[in-house]
Every structure is written in structure tokens, then in C-alpha cells.
Write a protein that binds this ligand. Structure first.
Ligand code: BGC
Length: 233
């Protein structure tokens, strides 16, 4: 094995309820178990970064990929609806580069989940159902960054995230949540006419209806595995 094949990437997935890490090899295969700690509350930059430091400390790595649950542009956080308003305009890439003394790339969490899930052919849409409602769009493997479908109107004067986020699932129950998700998928198919839809996120375990043939559930682990693509795309 040459030196470059030994390059280790620490993949970090910052979620509304958990922060997960895993070390990946150059092909994106896991070199460590997945480790998880609860997202601190309030989830201000300082608290989240402390949790990341705790998770990163026992790991050996050369560079870092971070999935963040909001709009990310050039390492800068532009939205963080489910974390804390202190994140707005926070330069997470620069700050973590200084703290961890390694190169760091940051992208939207659903975009990274998508990189881990897609085939790279045709139009592919990725949705994530967890604390929030994530979305990512790819054309021939090329990402359209920060799609943010979650905050668009869906039905009854509410957004996709208001109807399908974890708070709605807990408040309105699994039956309504499933009915809504089925409607959302039909809507989005009409909008994007995608070849394939991938659905990830912690709440996929609650999906009880038969998905259309062009849709499938993917492992939430893609939110970490896809991190390798930030260095190749
Ligand atoms: C954020 C998205 C994110 C999604 C899933 C939404 O609230 O706006 O950027 O991908 O939650 O975490």
C-alpha cells in the first residue's frame, strides 16, 4: 500500500439529536466503528465543537469531512434551523481546521448522505428524515448544493419539515406521518421527475408503506461514508 492509500479521513455527521464520527480510508470504507454522542443543548458552536473534540480525540486521521444540518457555503454556515442561531455566518471549516490541526471540508448533511447513496446516473433525489427534513439533488453524479426542500411549502400552510420532521412525527403520530411522506414523495416525483429517490435518516425505520419502484431506503451510515466525496468531487 502506498502512502496516499493510507490517508485517513475523519467523517463527522452533526445531527439535531446526535453527533457521529467514523474514520474512512481513501475509498470511503470504514476504518473504525461509528461513535456517537448526543448533540448538546443548546447546540451553540462552542458546545458542538467540544463534543466533536471529544469524539475526535481517540481517532487517528489526516483530514476531516463534516456534514452540517443547514446551508453551508465555502465552509461558512448560512442556516442552522435545528441547532442555534449563533451558527449563522460561523466559519466552521476554518475553526475546526485550527482546532484539529488538519484540513477540514464542510458540506450540508443531506448532500453528504447523497454522495454515499447515489449511483451517479441520471437525476437522483435524496431525502433525509430525522430531526429535520433534508434534501439533495444530483444530475449524473453532480451535486446541486443546498437544495433545502425542507423549508418549502408542502401542505396545509406548512413546510415539508413542519409536516415531516421529528417534532411532527412525535406530535401527530406515525399514521399521519406515513400518509404525508407518501404524498411528499408523489409531489417531489412530479417536480423533479427523478430516475431514483433515496431516503435516509434516523426515522426511516418508521416508514410503513410500500415505496414506488424508483425509491428505496438507504442506510443512515451514508451520512458518514459520503464524506469521502468532499475530497474527490
Ligand atoms: C436543514 C437542512 C438539513 C436538514 C436535515 C433542515 O432543517 O435546513 O439543511 O439538511 O434539516 O438535517
Amino acid at each position: 500500500m502506498n502512502e496516499s492509500q493510507q490517508l485517513r479521513t475523519l467523517a463527522i455527521d452533526i445531527g439535531g439529536s446526535g453527533i457521529k464520527v467514523m474514520v474512512l480510508d481513501l475509498e470511503g470504507n470504514p476504518l473504525s466503528d461509528r461513535q456517537r454522542l448526543k448533540t448538546p443543548h443548546p447546540a451553540k458552536p462552542k458546545d458542538v465543537i467540544e463534543t466533536i473534540i471529544t469524539l475526535a480525540k481517540p481517532q487517528e486521521f489526516d483530514r476531516v469531512s463534516v456534514g452540517f444540518p443547514g446551508v453551508v457555503q465555502n465552509g461558512l454556515i448560512k442556516t442552522a434551523v435545528n441547532l442555534h442561531s449563533d451558527w449563522l455566518n460561523y466559519d466552521l471549516a476554518t475553526s475546526l481546521t485550527q482546532i484539529l490541526s488538519k484540513p477540514v471540508k464542510v458540506a450540508n448533511d443531506a448532500d453528504i448522505q447523497g454522495f454515499g447513496a447515489i449511483s451517479g446516473k441520471g437525476v437522483e433525489l435524496v431525502l433525509t428524515v430525522g430531526t429535520g427534513f433534508g434534501s439533495a439533488l444530483f444530475v449524473e453524479g453532480k451535486l446541486v448544493p443546498n437544495l433545502e426542500m425542507g423549508h418549502h411549502p408542502f401542505r396545509k400552510g406548512e413546510t415539508y419539515e413542519e409536516q415531516l420532521g421529528r417534532a411532527a412525527l412525535e406530535k401527530d403520530g406515525k399514521k399521519k406521518w406515513n400518509d404525508r411522506l407518501e404524498k411528499a414523495i408523489a409531489n417531489l416525483d412530479h417536480l423533479f421527475n427523478y430516475d431514483n429517490l433515496y431516503i435516509g435518516g434516523g426515522e426511516t425505520k418508521n416508514i410503513k408503506f410500500d415505496l414506488p419502484p424508483n425509491a428505496k431506503i438507504v442506510s443512515n451510515q451514508n451520512g458518514l461514508l459520503g464524506g469521502i466525496k468532499l475530497w474527490t468531487n
